[in-house]
Design a protein around this ligand. Structure first.
Ligand SMILES: [Zn+2]
Length: 241
């Protein structure tokens, strides 16, 4: 496992694409390295299988240019924010050593999303405590590591963002990565049961939300994020567009 600048974490394969794929694609184009962790295999999803969702997740990562994507295989719907799950995640955070973590929204329609948000935030804090001992996959003791910033992406519920990232030139890449999940999203040929995210309306809403955030910041497309810590800058002109 190589270190990365940005680690994007989602409760289910496809959360990262829906919430922040444009920002990942943008950051990669700016020379940053990105890893993705899916907490569960999405095995409770109405459509698709663990195998098909795994293939879709790898295709989406390839579209974005992300070469490291791992799955924690936590229990879909039932994983807990407890010591076992926190330690498992801390081990990965200490291996990837990201400056920035992107994670699920603080609350959302799917109950796993808010729980994943709390689990990730707690694991990021605990990961910085040196008396919590963890070992990497080769049995070597790990050094503490606390990411400098956790940003929470927006997925189903409309949440007022604290910051919007201009993804105008990366909207197409985001939508292509989302569409890699052929089992989950709108497919007129599919014989599987309909779900809240399999409608034509839903896939259009992903594009619409990005364009609406873009409208609000005076560009073509954007992705919004919230943060539990205060956002700051040392250059006022980073804020001037
Ligand atoms: Zn999800």
């Amino acid at each position: 496992m190589k270190g990365v600048d940005i680690l994007a974490i989602g409760a289910h394969p496809d959360d990262v694409e829906l919430g922040c794929a444009g920002s990942l694609s943008l950051s990669i184009s700016q020379g940053k390295s990105v890893g993705i962790i899916d907490l569960t295999q999405g095995e409770l999803g109405t459509r698709g299988t663990v195998e098909s969702r795994k293939e879709e997740a790898l295709s989406a990562a390839a579209i974005l240019g992300v070469d490291q994507r791992i799955n924690m295989e936590f229990r879909d719907g039932f994983f807990k924010n407890d010591e076992t799950h926190q330690l498992a995640l801390i081990t990965k955070i200490r291996s990837f050593r990201p400056q920035l973590i992107l994670c699920n929204a603080k609350h959302d329609r799917h109950i796993d999303h808010g729980r994943a948000n709390k689990l990730v935030n707690d694991a990021c804090f605990l990961s910085g405590l040196e008396k919590i001992n963890t070992k990497d996959s080769s049995g070597k003791s790990q050094k503490p590591w606390r990411p400098k910033l956790v940003l929470e992406y927006i997925q189903w519920v409309d949440i007022e963002p604290h910051i919007v990232v201009d993804i105008s030139s990366h909207l197409e890449s985001k939508l292509n990565a989302v569409k890699a999940y052929t089992s989950q999203f709108f497919d007129p040929e599919s014989k599987e049961a309909e779900t809240p995210i399999s409608s034509k309306n839903f896939i259009e809403s992903v594009s619409y939300r990005a364009k609406n955030f873009g409208r609000l910041i005076g560009t073509e497309a954007g992705e919004g994020f919230t943060s539990k810590s205060l956002l700051s800058t040392s250059n006022l002109f980073d804020l001037v567009r």
